[in-house]
Design a protein around this ligand. Sequence first.
Ligand SMILES: NC(=O)c1ccc[n+]([C@@H]2O[C@H](COP(=O)([O-])OP(=O)(O)OC[C@H]3O[C@@H](n4cnc5c(N)ncnc54)[C@H](O)[C@@H]3O)[C@@H](O)[C@H]2O)c1
Length: 342
Amino acid sequence: MVKVIQVGIGGMGNAWINTVQSSGGEVEFSGFVEVSDAIADEQAKKYGLDRSLIFKSLPEALKAVQADGVINVTPPQFHKEISFIALEAGVPVLSEKPLAGTLEDAQAIVQKANETGVLHMITQNYRYHQPLYTLKQVLKSGHLGTISSVTVEFFKGPHFGGFREEMPYPLIIDMSIHHFDLMRYFLESDPISVYGRSWNPPWSWYSGDASASVSLAFANGVTVAYNGSWCAQGQETPWNAHWRFECAKGVVTLREDQVYVQRVTGYESGTGYRQSLHDPIEQIALAPMERMAQAYLLHEFVEAVTQGKAPATTCQDNIKSLGIVFDVVKSFETGTVVQSSV
Ligand SMILES: NC(=O)c1ccc[n+]([C@@H]2O[C@H](COP(=O)([O-])OP(=O)(O)OC[C@H]3O[C@@H](n4cnc5c(N)ncnc54)[C@H](O)[C@@H]3O)[C@@H](O)[C@H]2O)c1
């Protein structure tokens, strides 16, 4: 059994408390860290937590209780500080995305993880959402042949309050990191350049730009068109977004969290304009998964801590996904095509 300290127990911390409490004893809490007394009181009551094990700071918690891991669920600006404290104490970290709020902080975390040799892993849970995992299995099978291009549409209108409504480029920094990471996961390639524009619709309730359009060129020759907004006023997509892959032998899409495939079979004979012929659109059954999302990642973290297995989303890998975010922001700010920096 692996003992963890969870830092940040409000907001997304709820999902992690639930995940640990549902891990069937694989993981147990040895303590918590929460800066807000009101949230600590409320969550202790809600989840039946021992209030005396909710500390004010990570050093205090590490001094008081034994831990095999730290789950960091604080806002991005605290990720470097929390990660440094844990890594320097030799305690593996399972950190919420994004790796950090700035590229400099993210690079410092990777350097610290390399120096200490301690595991630091990011929770890119979208990779392990069933619809996206199913889409990955279809692409991995290779049945549709070479991928040429990808179109991604993400439109949501959440009113979060808090840090997201104050940060620069909330869509790209806090949300699109999931979609950029998914592009690397699906394509098994990294971008070589990006170009994007961002804007804030007149009705936006965010201070930073909440809408963007980005074109990404991947090293394997695939072009991705990404269009998104966090202040859509209707016809929202799911959080997993809508995806369309143009492949040599057909098209695969994710729509409303369902995967569809259509294969090309040839084209009409005759002269002049000849229509391509296709099989009917086939809905693909969602792939069975023993564990999903946070539960998948928590189990991967346990296997890494107890058996030394390397997880897919280590900070050393994840900085390539976060690098896309900051290259895109650079493109917004310079109006130029930006060559990949990571
Ligand atoms: N993977 C996902 O799907 C997903 C979804 C939502 C949020 N997140 C990520 O989770 C992280 C937290 O986001 P949130 O929405 O829960 O934020 P939030 O502000 O709602 O909650 C953060 C919690 O951490 C506490 N906190 C803040 N600073 C702290 C510190 N230094 N030490 C201890 N506790 C501290 C706050 O009091 C609060 O309880 C962010 O990195 C965010 O991007 C991920």
